[in-house]
Design a protein around this ligand. Structure first.
Ligand SMILES: *Cc1c(COP(=O)(O)O)cnc(C)c1O
Length: 410
């Protein structure tokens, strides 16, 4: 016991990111390991929202669009995100929500491979990605097909029939991570395009979209980026595709001259074409303010700490709790920034953990999931969380009717 205490105390004392925790408002006494679902509240957001509502909206009203540059917010926030996901200027836009962006990019990519009919994805993908693809196939009604294979088979399934491959770099349930460079290269070698879903990547570790030669990507603003519930998502298109891509959602904000009010749509140039309608200014401001927490942060440091936090959690939980089995790859190179365990009565176990101050979440059928966000989770949190998992299991704290009652959001 003494040995463990010393270990994490030393790790926290030498943590170059430890000062970042002060930038967040976290409830007293809570160990928050669900930043992979909804990031914690950065203090900068509260002040910014007050200003946005009371000053910008309240006082400037309609003139705010010009006075405060509301119109440019999708691009401005996009540039900040571009730095986090390894994308050059002019290729990322903060807009809409991930599902919508998946649809836009899928339709765009499919049109760029008119002779091919197959969209390839895997059984581990987040369902909305698959649902959006199914909806597009139905809408096109032109013989397209969504082919869903197991993650282990996807590399070999990439052949010349594939128009576009849609993959989540990190799988939401297990936390398994694809090698973006390797899969992108294979896709290109057979002439396919790739859309990467970065929901569990952006803000969690270094992403190198340009270096990996990615075609398109989407990602989420409310998970590791801490933009708040329902925060705007982002969309990326490599510059080499800007001249040929055609978005299916030709809204007025993607028009060359929105305020000319022409009767006919003419797409504007570049990534701005992926805009649809009026931007969610308040939500964009929250995301913008949240990104302050990443200013000056070396993502390599974030990754190093994330690996260490996950390793420590795996070690501590496995040592204490023989009844759980690790679902996440043990090898850090093959995972994102979360740890999932399979355990019987997982739902009730998670409710008991939450009641005891350790917040993670549950994914059917039996997975308890813990996200590690290096900006505000400490090594001490990890050890305390493992102790709580042990106590909940050993004392069967989960075994009550109250904890077995399923809520709408799990
Ligand atoms: C969270 C998540 C989404 C969420 O999509 P929304 O449109 O924001 O609801 C999509 N894809 C993946 C991989 C996710 O993890």
């Amino acid at each position: 016991m003494v040995e463990v205490l010393q270990k994490w105390e030393e790790l926290d004392a030498n943590d170059p990111l430890s000062g970042r925790r002060d930038l967040f408002d976290l409830p007293e006494g809570m160990i928050y390991l669900d930043g992979n679902s909804l990031g914690a509240l950065p203090k900068s957001v509260s002040a910014r929202m007050k200003n946005m509502v009371e000053e910008q909206w309240g006082q400037s009203l309609i003139t705010g669009w010009n006075k405060h540059g509301w119109m440019d917010m999708p691009a401005r926030v996009g540039e900040r995100l571009a730095k986090i996901v390894g994308a050059e200027e002019g290729t990322v836009l903060a807009t809409d929500i991930t599902s919508i962006n998946v649809f836009k990019l899928l339709a765009t990519a499919v049109k760029m491979r008119p002779e091919r009919k197959v969209i390839l994805s895997d059984t581990a993908n987040f369902p909305t990605d698959l649902y959006m693809a199914q909806g597009l196939v139905r809408l096109l009604d032109a013989g397209h097909e969504l082919k869903i294979v197991d993650p282990e088979e996807i590399y070999d399934a990439l052949d010349e029939s594939i128009a576009v491959m849609l993959l989540s770099e990190v799988e939401y349930k297990s936390g398994r991570r694809y090698d973006m460079a390797k899969y992108t290269e294979k896709a290109h070698s057979v002439g396919a395009l790739v859309i990467w879903d970065l929901c569990h990547s952006a803000g969690a570790f270094e992403v190198e979209l340009d270096k990996c030669n990615a075609d398109f990507a989407v990602g989420c603003g409310y998970k590791y980026l801490n933009g708040g519930p329902g925060a705007p998502a982002f969309v990326y298109a490599a510059k080499r595709h800007h001249d040929t891509m055609v978005t299916p959602l030709s809204g007025w904000h993607g028009h060359e001259a929105p305020f000319a009010f022409d009767l006919d749509y003419r797409a504007c140039e570049g990534i701005d074409q992926m805009r649809v309608g009026t931007p969610s200014v308040l939500s964009l401001a929250a995301l913008d303010a949240a990104l302050d927490a990443f200013e000056g942060v070396d993502m390599a440091e974030v990754r190093a700490k994330s690996v260490a936090l996950c390793d420590l959690f795996i070690e501590e939980v496995e040592r204490r709790c023989p009844e759980v089995s690790l679902v996440t790859p043990r090898n850090a190179d093959e995972r994102g920034s979360q740890v999932s365990f399979a355990v019987e009565e997982g739902y009730a176990v998670m409710q008991a953990l939450i009641a005891n101050g350790v917040v993670g979440d549950f994914r059917a059928p039996n997975i308890i999931r813990f996200g590690f966000t290096p900006l505000y989770v400490s090594y001490g949190d990890v050890v305390k969380a493992a102790e709580t998992v042990e106590r909940v299991l050993r004392e069967r704290l989960w075994d009550t009717p109250e904890f077995k009652k399923r809520a709408k959001v799990t």
